[in-house]
Design a protein around this ligand. Structure first.
Ligand code: GAR
Length: 217
C-alpha cells in the first residue's frame, strides 16, 4: 500500500504539462460525464470507457460524438489484468488525464502508478468522511449537519487520495438519502468541471497530501 503522506512526495502540474486529451470512466447514469461534456473544456474528451455495456451514460458520449468503449471487468481474471487493459486503451489514445465519474471499480497499483496524479474522482461526501458506496445514506444515518462533494486524486486506497477541491451542502432535518443525494449531485455538476478546468489551466503542486494551486480559487 502506498503512503501518499510520505514527506517529499511532490508532483507539479501546470499548463506546461500536457493533460490532453481527457478520458472519462463511468459505470452508470453518467450525469457527471454530461456535466464535463457540457462544460466545453478546452481539452477534448477523446474516449468514454464503461465497465458496463448497459451504462446509460454511454448515450451522453454518443450524442456528443465521443468514442465509447465497453471494457467489462468480468472479462478479466484479476484486478491487475483489468488495470492493464484500461491502461493500454488509454495509452493507445494518448490520454493525459483520467476522470472517474461514477466508475464503481477499485483501481489497483498498476493503474494508479501509470496515471499517478493524473486520475481524478468525484465522491459525494466531504472526505475522509463516508468513503465507499452510499455515501449520502451514510451521512444521513450518521446525523451529520454538513455533507458535500470532494474531487480527489485516485490512489489504490479507496477514496483516500489527495483532496483537490470540496464543496459543502447543508443536511436538512427531513432529508432522506435521496433528497440529500439530489442536492449534492447538483453541486457535483458544478464542482467537477470547475476543478478539472483548474487542473488543466493552472499551476499546482502536491506536497505530501496537500494539493496547492498557485493562485486561490
Ligand atoms: C455520483 O454521485 C458520484 O459522486 C458517485 O456516483 C454518482 C455517479 O452519478 N461516485 C461515487 O460514489 C464514487 N465513490 P453519475 O453516474 O450520474 O455521474
Amino acid at each position: 500500500m502506498r503512503d501518499e503522506s510520505t514527506p517529499g512526495t511532490e508532483v507539479a502540474g501546470s499548463v506546461e504539462k500536457r493533460y490532453d486529451p481527457l478520458a472519462v470512466l463511468i459505470s452508470g447514469r453518467g450525469s457527471n460525464l454530461k456535466a464535463l461534456i457540457d462544460a466545453r473544456l478546452t481539452t477534448p474528451i477523446s474516449v468514454v470507457i464503461s465497465n458496463r455495456a448497459d451504462a446509460a451514460g454511454l448515450e451522453h458520449a454518443r450524442a456528443a460524438g465521443i468514442e465509447t468503449l465497453v471494457l467489462s471487468h468480468r472479462d478479466h481474471a484479476s484486478r491487475d489484468a483489468y488495470d492493464r487493459v484500461l491502461v493500454d486503451a488509454l495509452r493507445a489514445r494518448g490520454v493525459g488525464l483520467v476522470c472517474l465519474a461514477g466508475f464503481m471499480r477499485l483501481l489497483g497499483p498498476t493503474f494508479c502508478d501509470a496515471f499517478r496524479m493524473a486520475t481524478v474522482n468525484i465522491h459525494p461526501s466531504l472526505l475522509p468522511a463516508f468513503p465507499g458506496v452510499d455515501a449520502q445514506a451514510q451521512a444521513v444515518v450518521h446525523g451529520v449537519k454538513v455533507a458535500g462533494a470532494t474531487v480527489h486524486f485516485v490512489t489504490p486506497d479507496l477514496d483516500a487520495g489527495p483532496i483537490i477541491s470540496q464543496r459543502a451542502v447543508a443536511v436538512e432535518d427531513d432529508d432522506t438519502p435521496e433528497t440529500l443525494a439530489a442536492r449534492i449531485l447538483a453541486v457535483e455538476h458544478a464542482l467537477y468541471p470547475d476543478t478539472v478546468r483548474r487542473l488543466l489551466t493552472e499551476s499546482w503542486t502536491v506536497h505530501g497530501r496537500r494539493v496547492v494551486f498557485a493562485r486561490p480559487a
